[in-house]
Design a protein around this ligand. Structure first.
Ligand code: 3HC
Length: 292
C-alpha cells in the first residue's frame, strides 16, 4: 500500500517532531490534539525548527512550503482518510488504548496504526483495535528532526506487508530504520536505560561527581552528551516511568530505579523541562550541577 496522508496523535515534543519530518518528506500531515493551545505550542516549535533548517539550506523547499502540508485539528473525524496514524501521546496505557479504540471506528480500515511509545507493549495497545495485523511500533528519538534513527517494531500479530510498509515509510522520512520486535525497551532503551541508571548508581556510590561522570563519558567515549545531561534532556519523569515498565517486564535490578531518581521525580525535578534535575538550568546556556 502507498502512504500519502499521515495522521499524528499528539503535538508535544515527539508528535510535533514526527509531524515535521513527515511534512518535510512530502507527506500531507494532520496532527490531532485535545486542545487548540497544544497545537499552537507544537506548531510554533515546528516553525522555529523549520526556519533553522531553511537558514542552513538543509531542506529542499522553503519552510513555508513544508508548513503548508501541516494541519492541526481537535476532531478525530479529520483523520478518517489517513493511510498511517502515528500516536505520540502521553505514556499511559489506558489513555492510548482509549484513543486507538475511538479512532479504530473512524479511520479507514486498511490504514496502519503505529505507536511511538518507548516502553509500552505494542501488543497490548493493538488489543484495543480490530486491526491487530495492521499495527506496528515506530519509535523515534528526541530531537526527532535531528536524530536519524527510527525503530520499527513488529508484534506476533503484524502482517508482513504492513511491517515492510512501515519500514519503507521510515526510510521515506529520511530516517535509518532498524528492525526490532515487541520486547519492552526495543533495542535502544534496552541498552540505554541500564547505562543511564548505572550512571546514577555510580554517582550515589561516590565514583565521581555529576559533571566528572558526564565529561568522562562524553570525552572518553565520544558520546554527544554525558549520562546526566542526557537524563535531564530526556526527562527524569519519563525515564522513571520507563524503569517501571522495564522492571515490571524483566524483574532485573539493572532496570530498577535508583533511589535518587525516585526522589528527584517526587520533588518535581524533571530535568531541563522543569528547570532543575541533575543540573540547574536557571541559566540555560550554562547549566550547573545541583548539590545532591
Ligand atoms: N530543529 C532544528 N535545529 C535544531 C533542533 C531542532 N529541533 N534542535 C537543535 N537544533 C540545532 C541547534 O539550534 C544547533 O544549531 P546551531 O549550530 O546553528 O546553533 C544545532 O542543532 C546543534 O545543536 P546544539 O548546539 O544544541 O548541540 P549539539 O551539537 O550537541 O546537538 C543533539 C544536539 C543533536 C541533541 C546532540 O547533543 C545529541 O545527539 N544528543 C543526544 C541525544 C539523544 O541521545 N537522544 C536520544 C534520547 S533517547 C530517546 O529519545 C528515546 C526515548 O524513548 C527516551
Amino acid at each position: 500500500m502507498e502512504i500519502k496522508k499521515v495522521g499524528v496523535l499528539g503535538c508535544g515534543l515527539m508528535g510535533s517532531g514526527i509531524a515535521q519530518v513527515a511534512a518535510t518528506a512530502g507527506f500531507d500531515v494532520t496532527v490531532l490534539e485535545v486542545d487548540q493551545k497544544y497545537l499552537d505550542q507544537g506548531f510554533a516549535g515546528m516553525e522555529k525548527s523549520l526556519a533553522k533548517f531553511g537558514e542552513k539550506g538543509l531542506i529542499q523547499e522553503t519552510p513555508q512550503a513544508v508548513r503548508a502540508r501541516l494541519k492541526g485539528t481537535t476532531k478525530m473525524q479529520d483523520l478518517a482518510d489517513c493511510d498511517i496514524i502515528i500516536e505520540a501521546v502521553i505514556e499511559n496505557v489506558d489513555e492510548k488504548k482509549k484513543l486507538y479504540a475511538a479512532l479504530d471506528g473512524i479511520v479507514k480500515q486498511d490504514a496502519i496504526f503505529a505507536s511511538n511509545t518507548s516502553s509500552i507493549s505494542i501488543t497490548e495497545l493493538l488489543t484495543s483495535t480490530q486491526r491487530p495485523e495492521r499495527f506496528i511500533g515506530l519509535h523515534f528519538f528526541n530531537p526527532v528532526p535531528l536524530m536519524k534513527l527510527v525503530e520499527v517494531v513488529r508484534t506476533i500479530a503484524t502482517a508482513g506487508d504492513v511491517y515492510d510498509t512501515g519500514y519503507e515509510f521510515g526510510k521515506k522520512l529520511g530516517k535509518v530504520p532498524v528492525r526490532t520486535s515487541d520486547k519492552t525497551g526495543f533495542i535502544v532503551n534496552r541498552l540505554l536505560v541500564p547505562y543511564l541508571l548505572d550512571a546514577i548508581r555510580a554517582f550515589e556510590e561516590g565514583v565521581g561527581s555529576i559533571d566528572d561522570i558526564d565529561n568522562a563519558m562524553k570525552l572518553g567515549c565520544g558520546y554527544p552528551m554525558g549520562p546526566f545531561t542526557l537524563l535531564d534532556f530526556v526527562g527524569l519523569d519519563t525515564t522513571y516511568y520507563i524503569t517501571h515498565v522495564m522492571y515490571d517486564e524483566f524483574k532485573e535490578r539493572r532496570f530498577a530505579s535508583p533511589p535518587l531518581l525516585k526522589r528527584l521525580v517526587m520533588a518535581g525535578w524533571y530535568g531541563r523541562k522543569s528547570g532543575k534535575g541533575f543540573y540547574d538550568y536557571s541559566d540555560p546556556n550554562h547549566p550547573k550541577p545541583n548539590k545532591l
